[in-house]
Ligand binder design. Sequence first.
Ligand SMILES: *Cc1c(COP(=O)(O)O)cnc(C)c1O
Length: 454
Amino acid sequence: MERTKFLLDETEMPKVWYNIQADLGQPLPPVIHPVTGKPVGPQDLAVLFPMELIKQEVTQERYVEIPEPVLDVYKLYRPSPLIRARRLEKMLDTPAQIYFKYEGVSPVGSHKLNTAIAQVYFNKLEGTRRITTETGAGQWGTALSFACNLFGIECKVYMVKISYEQKPYRRILMETYGARVVPSPSPDTQTGAATLAADPNCTGSLGLAISEAVEDAATHQPYTKYSLGSVLNHVLMHQTIIGLEAQKQFEKAGVEPDILIGCVGGGSNFGGFVLPFVRDKIVQKKNTRIIAVEPTAAPSMTRGAYAFDYGDTAKLAPIVKMYTLGATFIPPSIHAGGLRYHGMAPIISLLYNQGLIEAVAVPQNAIFEAGVQFARAEGIVPAPESAHAVRVAIDEALRCKERGEKRVIAFNLSGHGHFDLGGYDAYLQGKLADYEYPQEAIAQAMAQLPRVEL
Ligand SMILES: *Cc1c(COP(=O)(O)O)cnc(C)c1O
């Protein structure tokens, strides 16, 4: 019998996260304080994060143990399945094998819960009573709301105003889990109030919402902390449970992937899926192709600069070295809200700079075309973010067909698109815009990159 699903038993779930810092062969560039311009120390970050997460941010240990209470919550939905997309293979008439790791099985519908649970748990241990965050499309806010609720912590979410207005169901879901959600810009912070005073109709951006959440935490000490759903080293590390599970599943399937693909916003689902395989490239000199897929509307790796830049719009967050389009750049409002970030995780940026991974940018209509094709073959409607990975997986499978190559292609399906049907509707009705490369706005934002002298 031909197998379709490759499943792990709960007892086979990885008990550690993988930290690629141990295998990079060089330290990551320093993180810079936005005001002093000097490298930050643990004490600078202690306002925003619990000490355990600050330690995880810089640890050089190769593996970090997953605490029992975190594993316990993971068991609600992990291990997640690795599925062979046989019907998609047939539809494309390709000699390639296509696999996908499905993170949409989590109760909140995406991979984001993998780090939300861990972050809230470590906050709880250190006495945090309230956590602030930002959310774009609502995926991260939803995950953090549920995790906070499980551990009895108050949650305040600054939701980018355009999404707050256009995606009421995500807000309702967060409120169902017990969070307080406000549209950003909000009058609750100085940054928000100043923005509203200058432009009452401002629809917000992820960078601005981060500024508000950071300011809220910094001004409500000592029991309030801030939580970020992507970009940071510890977030990517928590997500490596995806790739560590996948490695065991490929072993069961008796195949090794030739091409790994994931979409990138801040880089966490991609990093979580591929980092254990990047280790094999570094240590065992394997030549797996690893491809990050970004939207043409926010092409930080394919069109940005590798430079020190602020993590947020108001320049309150630390400065890190990353591929960036400039912190003041506000990407066009594509439906893949989770990919509308001006920068990229420092770890992913370094790997790209070293040539260990590749990057491609794809436009909006092409990703919905792939999402619809995937839904019709496999039944799952991908989140618009995840559909970026589907697009490139299909393109690679078609290339295999042209060349008669039997490659093994695998991608991470980071979430389902049940709350994004508005985007599918617009696509199906032929009303979806493709954005030109926003050259001028990016040039303006890039001119404002901070000068960092080390
Ligand atoms: C948030 C999100 C992303 C983008 O964030 P990364 O940190 O790059 O993973 C991708 N897919 C889904 C489903 C998301 O919710």
